[in-house]
Design a protein around this ligand. Structure first.
Ligand code: HAM
Length: 430
């Protein structure tokens, strides 16, 4: 058997509770960063009525082909797909299609007229790896079914705004409308005609996109394509009255809620299911090229497209690693640090230390004990490294008298305490 090291798969990353090394210039994301983000979502989203839903990583490939669109990069090039005894299955590249599938499969609309779900989990896209772009990444997202009006669009954008703000993420909210089946086809035609007339100035990909998915040319990163896009016809000039009304009301609602936004006519999203509202939170610093922290929009035709009733939907998903990179740069993370580190000097003391730690933990207080035979100085160093608030050395005389010195590590201040009253003493300190 070979004893060579086995490395992780390209585009995936380990998230550990510890700093190890800086890779490709990325600050190292620790699990505490992810926890901070998740905890904020778990607390905030239910305040808006969202309940958690979990769907499988594996879905039938057809779900994404029909849901996201065959000509998108995601479905065309980036899915991990394989045959499973005759079934073609894919690892989900996103969760909206899966949630719609579950919503339709379980006839949820028959139980409730409006549904609000949120989710968290890994997604998979075979993209070129770079900072903030991985082949396995985590999304936290929401989907709301059954509300056609623009007020829920505003509510979602306000919630996203609040969530990102609560974490201290620097961003701008970009907003656009993509029209619907009444007005977009005319826009698509006009755009296509324009792009064909400028095809010599487009990159190879965009020349193809002109025929298959012309709207995607608008967000190509190639500077020459961007120049062409700047002169392209705008969706805003083609909107039908209903779409125009929806977009105007959405802006009014956002203003009434005090949410700042930027109208961005080049915001088109990379998935085909969107209608009307599209929005993205874009980091204003710290992420480089992959600066879109969260993106979403309305998909009023998707439930029907996937075999369900004619029910509108809207949602967003945020890239947790991108958010974590920003928190890592700011040095923020969630971590449970021990309130007390107990350093026993011998075997009898170790047994007592273990009991004390057990009592503290039973009372909900984080406690650590020294497991290695080390002198008190080294044990205190370990306590410091763990970020413990207090340390207590347990030697022979402490065992005999039942009293010990509780040392606050930051200040060095010591106070004598009774071992029997430790739980009580530290409870007040939490
Ligand atoms: P998306 O724009 O494809 O939308 O992805 C949402 C977010 O996931 C992105 O803004 C980004 O932060 C993160 N993300 C995407 N790809 C990667 C990657 N390769 N590495 C790291 N992070 C990534 C959706 O997925 C839609 N399902 C959102 C939605 C929900 N629309 C309606 N409801």
């Amino acid at each position: 058997m070979s004893s060579q090291k086995i490395r992780g798969v390209k585009g995936t990353r380990d998230v550990l509770p510890t700093d190890t090394y800086v890779k490709d210039d990325d600050p190292w994301i620790r699990i505490g960063h992810l926890h901070l983000i998740e905890r904020a979502a778990r607390e905030l989203f239910p305040l808006y009525g969202y309940r958690e839903a979990r769907t499988p990583i594996l879905e039938r490939t057809e779900l994404f082909v029909r849901g996201i669109g065959e000509v998108t990069d995601i479905v065309g090039k980036e899915m991990y797909t394989f045959e499973d005894h005759g079934d073609k299955v894919s690892m989900r590249p996103e969760n909206t299609a899966s949630l719609v599938r579950a919503y339709v499969e379980h006839n949820v609309n028959q139980q409730e007229p409006e549904t609000k779900w949120w989710y968290l989990g890994p997604m998979f896209r075979r993209e070129r790896q770079q900072r903030g772009r991985y082949r396995q990444f985590t999304q936290i997202g929401i989907e709301a079914f059954g509300s056609p009006g623009p007020r829920i669009d505003a509510e979602q954008i306000e919630m996203l705004d609040r969530w990102l703000r609560s974490l201290g993420i620097p961003f701008e909210m970009h907003l656009n409308t993509l029209g619907d089946s009444a007005c977009r086809p005319k826009y698509r035609e006009a755009l296509q005609a324009y792009l064909r007339s400028r095809s010599a100035d487009l990159c190879e990909d965009c020349r193809k996109r002109t025929e298959t998915n012309p709207i995607r040319v608008l967000d190509c990163k190639n500077p020459k394509c961007q120049e062409v896009a700047a002169g392209a016809p705008k969706m805003a000039d083609f909107l039908c009255d209903a779409c125009r009304g929806h977009f105007d009301q959405l802006q009014n609602s956002l203003k009434a809620l005090g949410v700042g936004f930027i109208i961005d006519s080049r915001l088109v999203r990379g998935l085909d299911y969107y209608t009307r509202t599209a929005y993205e939170a874009i980091a204003t610093s710290g992420l480089g090229a992959q600066s879109t922290v969260a993106g979403g929009g309305r998909y009023d035709g998707l439930v029907r497209e996937l075999g369900g009733p004619d029910i509108p939907g809207i949602g967003f998903a945020a890239g947790v690693e991108r958010m974590a990179l920003l928190l890592a740069q700011q040095g923020k993370e969630a971590a449970t640090k021990p309130a007390l580190f107990i350093a026993p000097l011998g075997d009898a003391e170790a047994a007592r230390a273990d009991q004390l730690a057990q009592q503290l933990r039973a009372a909900g207080i984080a406690a650590e004990v020294g497991f290695r035979k080390a002198n008190p100085g080294n044990q205190l160093k370990r306590a410091d490294a763990l970020g413990a608030k207090y340390a207590l050395v347990l030697g022979d005389s402490e065992l005999k008298t039942g009293r010990a010195n509780l040392k606050e590590l930051k200040t060095g201040v010591q106070q004598e305490v009774s071992l029997d009253e430790l739980v009580q003493k530290l409870s007040g300190d939490r």
